[in-house]
Design a protein around this ligand. Structure first.
Ligand SMILES: Cc1ncc(COP(=O)(O)O)c(C=O)c1O
Length: 336
């Protein structure tokens, strides 16, 4: 058995998720674009994080854990999907959100619906969640529980195996469609998804580039995280060679803060909705698409491009910026 197949995995994803040509969008952009529909992974309202959770929940169950502790902001797709998958498989979900308590809308409402125990750090610093997870995990242990703690975004080498494995799914679909993509594009946040795709491209010896659009961190920080996680995930899966220059990150913040919709993102999401009937979320997908649209329109993007539609539907209905600190340029009128 290969090291990859030996890793415990709980099948959660309705795999393979569809790979679809985006013909009308391609015609507008003058670049051939395809969608990998990981908004349809099939747990909760779907999304990329379900692939990481296949390995993380399996690991928690194998360790005999009875609860799961993680966190992020109240509109985190990761936190909700972790709570949904945990609760569905008998692990009590505990979430730590940064910021002061806010009304439950969007993801926060869904996390409540599945019965997650939710606490707020009171601090608008995203890093306050890390200490909150540690404290809560310690408290649960002191009460005789067996918690499984996961960092924001589920960005661990084991979590990245989800997209390492998905790269095999992509390779089969590309063969079947006779498609040789120039690049696979995605929105990058905590970096685990891109790391998995990078390690997977190494494992399957594919010829496409993996292009991440960073929507929450500076490009250099993101590149270092992707590189480290990809190497670690690759080793877990039995890869000995680590890549050198196969990590490409573009800036997707373009002046907007993490979690705040941007004008270019909103326009890109409208274009995709109107040409393809696919809804991109404002925090991740829309901003990544905005960069792709910009490059394609400027004639700087060769195709075919495969764009990972990574989910985030709950934030279409939430209010993604509600628990974020205002930025100096942020007038109350402009705040989402
Ligand atoms: C909808 C969506 N797309 C993309 C990402 C980015 O994934 P990662 O955090 O693994 O970089 C996230 C992260 O939460 C997400 O929720």
């Amino acid at each position: 058995m290969s090291p990859l197949d030996a890793l415990p995995r709980l099948p959660l994803v309705n795999a393979p998720t569809p790979l679809q040509p985006a013909a009308r969008l391609s015609a507008v952009l003058g670049t051939e674009v395809w969608f990998k529909r990981d908004d349809l992974t099939g747990v909760g309202l779907g999304g990329n994080k379900v692939r990481a959770l296949e390995y993380l929940i399996a690991d928690a169950l194998r360790d005999g854990c009875d609860s799961l502790v993680t966190g992020a902001g109240p509109q985190s797709n990761w936190a909700t999907l972790a709570a949904v998958a945990a609760s569905r498989h008998g692990l009590e979900p505990h979430l730590v959100y940064y910021g002061p308590p806010v009304a439950p809308v969007g993801n926060h409402a869904l996390a409540e619906l599945v019965g997650a125990d939710i606490r707020f750090t009171g601090s608008t610093e995203r890093t306050s969640v890390d200490a909150g997870i540690e404290t809560l995990t310690r408290d649960l242990r002191a009460r005789g529980r067996r918690p499984y703690a996961l960092p924001r975004g589920g960005a661990t080498p084991l979590g990245s195996i989800g997209y390492l494995r998905a790269s095999g799914e992509l390779a089969d679909q590309f063969d079947e469609a006779g498609l040789k993509p120039e690049s696979v594009w995605l929105a990058t946040g905590s970096c685990g998804t891109q790391a998995g795709l990078v390690a997977g491209a190494r494992m399957w010896g594919t010829s496409y580039r993996v292009t991440g659009v960073s929507v929450s961190r500076p490009v250099t920080e993101c590149a270092a995280r992707v590189t480290e996680l990809a190497d670690q995930a690759g080793r877990l899966a039995g890869l000995t060679d680590t890549g050198a220059d196969d990590v490409e990150i573009l800036d997707g913040l373009a002046g907007s803060g993490y979690g705040r919709p941007s004008a270019a993102g909103t326009e890109a999401a409208r274009l995709v909705a109107r040409t393809e009937g696919v809804f991109l979320d404002p925090v991740f997908g829309a901003k990544a698409m905005a960069v792709l649209v910009d490059r394609a329109r400027a004639g700087r993007q060769r195709g075919p491009v495969v764009f990972l539609v990574s989910g985030g539907a709950p934030t279409l209905f939430g209010s993604p910026g509600t628990s974020l600190p205002p930025t100096p340029s942020d007038s109350p009128e402009r705040r989402p």
